[in-house]
Design a protein. Structure first.
Length: 177
């Protein structure tokens, strides 16, 4: 079941195992001269599967509880256990719904929960007059990139120092209307 998050859900969301395993990363290269800028992203296979530690951000989750934000949780029908969540903000000027977090507990991945969260976000963004759904994701998170591409989102930009740890963010988007 997917429902709006409550303040009491914060600790449960932060307790979810956010780590992921990846076999690939995306390497970015930029060439700049007087006449052109060339940016390339190349998928590179890692020599061995790598566990990427990731933790939830309490401050972002608290801010996501605001009425003008989308913060939903996945819970069991008969069990209040939170095993996934999504946060999204609306850029009212450009009319984009920007997903910041899609997290599903390790033991629940591969069951369509992330797809359902994404579907709810798309509907919520449409109801809040967004024209495009966008997702921010690290170039290290190849599983998330594959997930988004498999659900019809396409690469639409990047920021080379987006995250607090200076990781590169790539953006994937999809028209809503």
């Amino acid at each position: 079941m997917i429902r709006d998050a409550l303040p009491d859900d914060l600790d449960a969301c932060l307790d979810i195992d956010h780590h992921y395993e990846t076999h690939h990363v995306w390497r970015m290269a930029i060439q700049i001269d007087n006449e052109r800028w060339i940016t390339t992203f190349q998928k590179e296979r890692l020599p061995y599967p790598t566990q990427i530690a990731h933790t939830g951000n309490r401050e972002r989750l608290v801010l996501s509880l605001a009425k003008d934000m989308c913060f939903v949780v996945a819970v069991g029908k008969d069990d209040p256990l939170v095993f996934g969540y999504l946060t999204m903000r609306i850029d009212r000027i450009h009319k984009h719904g920007i997903i910041q977090d899609i997290v599903v507990e390790q033991n629940f991945r591969g069951r369509g929960i992330g797809t359902r969260l994404l579907s709810i976000a798309r509907r919520w963004a449409s109801e809040h007059d967004a024209r495009q759904l966008m997702v921010e994701v690290s170039t290290k998170n190849s599983p998330a990139i594959v997930f988004l591409q498999n659900r019809g989102l396409r690469f639409c930009g990047f920021n080379d120092q987006y995250f607090q740890n200076q990781d590169i963010s790539v953006f994937f988007g999809q028209a809503i209307r």
